[in-house]
Design a protein around this ligand. Structure first.
Ligand SMILES: [Ca+2]
Ligand SMILES: [Ca+2]
Length: 218
């Protein structure tokens, strides 16, 4: 009788029958709490997984246009690859091919171009690459993305090889400013503008964007 009463009045039970019985009842309560919390966590995870699945499979998706990239989406149950080349961010349904095209994207994979050239030693300093003048290796050529006329961390850069050549591959269509990184002991003599303004179209190869330097004599 006292035990059954104890199950309803636990605090008095703890005092009357000692710590062992009280702790046992508290453990039962704690176990029930943990089981309830675990069930809540499992339910929350299941809802989150279903939400993610909806967004990726059936719901709207966001396409980031800061860099052109190929996207494979479904159109009438067929996979369609398009190049998101509009350089803006849009959110559309995965099957909205027409929405992509109206936005400026193109069907098919992204066609990427290249810019290349050679670094030469302008020995006579006349701003031309004359016969017999050599090539310069180890010079950094970069794409001045922020147009501040100097190299910044993160801007695409190439170091000229033993033959003085450099090449930027995989460039998306757009306008690029190609510059060289100044280095001690040399002065740039070509091009006169000190940089190239290149308007690159899809799958276009721009070549002979050369740079010349002469040795500076103290
Ligand atoms: Ca020359
Ligand atoms: Ca820069």
């Amino acid at each position: 009788m006292k035990i059954s009463l104890c199950l309803f009045i636990q605090s008095s039970c703890f005092n009357e029958y000692g710590k062992s019985l009280g702790l046992h009842i508290n453990n039962i309560r704690m176990t029930k709490k943990l089981n309830t919390r675990s069930a809540q966590i499992v339910l929350a995870l299941a809802v989150a997984i279903l939400l993610v699945a909806f967004v990726w499979v059936g719901g709207p998706r966001t396409f980031f246009g800061t860099v052109a990239s190929a996207q494979t989406i479904e159109d009438n149950n067929e996979e369609v690859t398009l190049c998101h080349d509009a350089r803006e961010t849009i959110t559309v349904a995965p099957s909205a091919v027409e929405s992509h095209r109206a936005h400026g994207d193109r069907l098919g994979p992204c066609e990427k171009g290249s810019i290349s050239g050679t670094k030469f030693l302008d020995e006579n300093g006349n701003g031309k690459w004359d016969d017999g003048e050599g090539r310069l290796a180890g010079v950094t050529i970069f794409l001045d993305i922020n147009h501040n006329a100097r190299y910044d961390t993160g801007e695409p850069a190439r170091v000229t090889g033993a033959n003085g050549e450099y090449v930027f591959k995989g460039l998306t269509p757009g306008t690029y400013r190609v510059r060289e990184k100044k280095f001690p002991g040399y002065k740039q003599t070509f091009p006169a503008s000190e940089f190239y303004l290149v308007v690159l179209k899809a799958d276009q190869r721009i070549r002979h964007r050369d740079f010349g330097n002469k040795v500076v004599v103290d």
